[in-house]
Design a protein around this ligand. Structure first.
Ligand code: ATP
Length: 308
């Protein structure tokens, strides 16, 4: 069953169409990376899913309900970490989480295990004003996890976290999705997202520019595979003749060759025939960054027959 079904949704403020004709669905237990430039409509889409605002047109179904009309049970099943999390400075971590637990109709026994899970138990009785940005973000995640939500929405959640905290954070997200929780995660740090999920939605000026599994989007975009070869670069370039776009490294001890994905094996076989001319080969498939540049409308790498 789809946890989220979005059908032809639009959201307009005055004359400004913030979202336009957006349709997609998210199955149970998947982590969707929601990406797009500043102002593309990511937060607006999350607010629509949460039922905080209503669409101008189209239909949104979340956990089988219309989020704008759904009641308490529905809200309990959702967890949300906003982009700019703000807490009362004078409350301790425990007080803060107990307050949010009450709002969700939950008891305090949830509070300590959650503080432990996000690594804040040691600071549980300290006032939030003494917390670092990363600690506040962890408290925000604990707040979002109250009540074991079926759907978790995280708006740029790793902002302010150091690399170790980010890894711990994503470890928690992986455990949650393995347990069946669905997650929507927005971020501008694409390399980080790519390591966590292969399921993406790319928004471009309020429209859905791409949606689905990265492998499918890679095949659809047909971006070149980049092969970096170390060895006798001038001889390798000569051997490849006019095939493929290639750039010699500054020391002429390496060469970078772009080739269409379907020709990758043919290129590798040719390189194997070059024997000692090649000392090492590194293949780089298009990254989420490359796909984002492609689908967000910026010029992508073109494959030319240069013969150089
Ligand atoms: P960012 O990556 O910078 O957080 P975003 O993709 O989350 O951006 P949104 O916050 O959804 O973008 O905003 C999308 C557009 O909608 C922006 O142009 C914003 O100014 C506009 N917008 C959002 N909320 C309102 C509102 N209440 N009234 C008018 N315009 C709004």
């Amino acid at each position: 069953m789809a946890v989220i079904a979005i059908e032809n949704v639009g959201k307009t403020y005055g004359a400004h169409a913030v979202l336009d004709g957006v349709s997609f669905s998210v199955p149970e237990g998947r982590c969707l990376a929601l990406i797009g430039h500043n102002g593309a409509g990511k937060t607006t889409l999350m607010k629509l899913i949460l039922g905080l605002i209503t669409p101008t047109c189209g239909k949104i179904t979340v956990l089988g309900c219309d989020p704008a009309r759904a009641g308490k049970e529905f809200r309990r099943a959702l967890g949300f970490l906003p982009e700019n999390v703000a807490f009362h400075d004078e409350l301790t971590g425990t007080d803060t989480l107990t307050f949010y637990a009450r709002l969700k109709g939950l008891g305090w026994p949830e509070v300590r295990p959650l503080l432990d899970r996000v690594g804040l138990l040691h600071a549980a009785e300290r006032r939030v004003k003494t917390y670092s940005k990363g600690m506040r973000q962890r408290l925000g995640l604990a707040q979002a996890l109250l009540g074991q939500p079926k759907l978790l929405l995280l708006d740029e959640p790793t902002t302010g976290l150091d690399p170790v905290s980010r890894q711990e954070f994503f470890g928690i997200i992986r455990d949650l999705t393995a347990g069946g929780t669905s997650v929507i995660l927005s971020s501008h740090i694409l390399t980080e997202l790519e390591a966590q999920t292969n399921f993406v939605a790319i928004l471009r000026e309020g429209q859905l520019a791409a949606f689905g599994d990265l492998d499918v989007l890679r095949a659809e975009a047909n971006l070149p595979v980049s092969v970096r070869i170390k060895g006798n670069a001038p001889a390798i370039a000569q051997g490849l003749n006019g095939s493929y776009h290639k750039v010699l490294g500054p020391d002429r001890g390496s060469i970078e060759v772009d080739c269409p994905a379907v020709q990758k094996m043919a290129l590798l076989r040719t390189l194997a025939d070059f024997g000692e001319l090649c000392s090492d080969i590194e293949v780089r498939v298009p990254s989420l960054d490359d796909l984002y540049l492609h689908y967000s409308g910026r010029p992508s790498v073109t494959i030319e027959e240069t013969g150089s």
